[in-house]
Design a protein around this ligand. Structure first.
Ligand code: PLP
Length: 393
């Protein structure tokens, strides 16, 4: 019998990828499925970014690069942090990785010992708890709901912190809730963190530009600059520039830990693709109107979807701040259906009977909800709503 490590047995495959795969399977079998499970923009990568990659290939940039990223990309990242976030970094404080997922994976492996606690607010991006588990850390989940717009309170954070807490993760705007913390809310959270120097902070800013609150984007460091020496700012080009397949994410933070993350990466994947790095450099240094165009489309779809969802029986949906997700409660609809007991069964039923693929809230630590991605055409969204109307009767 082939032995599996306890490490791999402690984790599960990504549930969002699983829904996308299941929908693809049913589609391949001839069923008409509308997928609202996708975690990626439906737009093509902008042409000037593709051109930069083609140029890089022609110029022979097809070899290993420095493990932590090409000098050109690191320079573009440092300029981006300065320009957009008013944050100063040196080159040894930056690590480029194969996607934002690897940035967080490196961070968990570099900072957590067995049993160390990582505080993760729910609903959370599905991968945080499992990556903490791979690092043999202990995910400590703080639950939130619609009454606080799915955001934690300073009191909740205070009571979750122990002597074993090493990491606190904050993702704003949030996958899956679509909510963003205000500067005041971040300041209040920062006050709590100031009292606990043993806690490092990871702010996952992956959805930074996909925001329509009218207020400027801000993260915990903008609110509480005193946390600079123990905060990691994670970002990437995947969502902002519709570059999920290129696999480029990046992290900035204290040089000591960034160096340790680089060491881990040097012994696992080495540098991210040289060609993708050239494309990411063009994305960060180039014109930004492509981002604005995508955000305008997302906002229009968001507005349609929130209104339409709230007209469905047993569904309640808050107006979101950004991203391309909404996270309505389906609890009323689940309770009204005697054939299903929870959100997972309800999502399966909607996939089978209505041909609509959604991700159940349980996957994000918030049962009773569903995540709907609106990274799809308005036509698909309208069809999905009409199918849900029929299914919910
Ligand atoms: N962080 C959040 C909150 C995400 O939703 C995602 C992708 O779904 C990532 C990080 C990772 O992005 P990638 O590894 O595709 O760059």
């Amino acid at each position: 019998d082939l032995q599996l490590s306890s490490r791999v047995q402690a984790i599960k495959p990504s549930p969002t990828l699983a829904v996308t795969n299941k929908a693809a399977e049913l589609r391949a079998a001839g069923q008409d499925i509308i997928g609202l499970g996708a975690g990626e923009p439906d737009f093509d990568t902008p042409d000037h970014i593709k051109e930069a990659a083609i140029e890089a290939i022609k110029a022979g940039q097809t070899k290993y690069t420095a493990v932590d990223g090409t000098p050109a990309l690191k320079k573009a990242i440092i300029a981006k942090y300065k320009r957009d976030n008013d944050l100063e970094y040196e080159a040894n404080q930056i690590l480029v990785s194969s996607g934002g997922k690897q940035s967080f994976f490196n961070l968990a492996l570099a900072t957590l010992n067995k049993g160390d606690e990582a505080i993760i607010p729910a609903p959370y991006w599905v991968s945080y708890p499992d990556m903490v588990l791979v690092a043999e850390g202990k995910p400590v989940i703080i639950e939130t709901g619609p009454e606080t717009r799915f955001k934690i309170t300073p009191e909740q954070l205070e009571s979750a912190i122990t002597d074993r807490t090493r990491l606190f993760v904050i993702n704003s705007p949030s996958n899956p809730s679509g909510m963003a913390y205000t500067l005041e809310e971040l300041k209040a959270i920062g006050e709590v963190l100031k009292k606990h120097p043993q806690v490092m902070i990871a702010t996952d800013d992956m959805y930074e530009p996909i925001l329509w609150t009218g207020a400027a984007f801000c993260n915990i460091l903008n609110a509480t600059p005193e946390l600079y020496d123990r905060t990691f700012v994670l970002n990437g080009v995947s969502k902002a520039y519709s570059m999920t397949g290129w696999r480029i994410g990046y992290a900035a933070g204290p040089a000591k830990i960034i160096g340790a993350m680089k060491k881990i990466q040097s012994q696992s994947t080495s540098n991210p693709s040289s060609i993708s790095q050239a494309a990411a450099t063009a994305a960060l240094d180039g014109p930004q109107d492509c981002v604005k165009e995508m955000v305008t489309a997302f906002k229009e779809r968001h507005d349609y979807l929130v209104k339409a969802l709230n007209e469905l029986p047993g569904v309640e949906c808050l107006v979101g701040d950004g991203t391309f997700y909404v996270f309505p409660s389906f609890q009323g609809a689940i309770d009204a259906d005697s054939a299903v007991g929870n959100d997972v069964e309800f999502a399966e039923k909607l996939l089978k009977d209505a041909g609509v693929a959604l991700v159940p809230g349980s996957a994000f630590g918030s049962p009773g909800h569903m995540r709907l991605s609106f990274a799809t055409s308005m036509k698909n969204l309208k069809e999905a709503i009409s199918r849900l109307q029929k299914a919910l009767g």
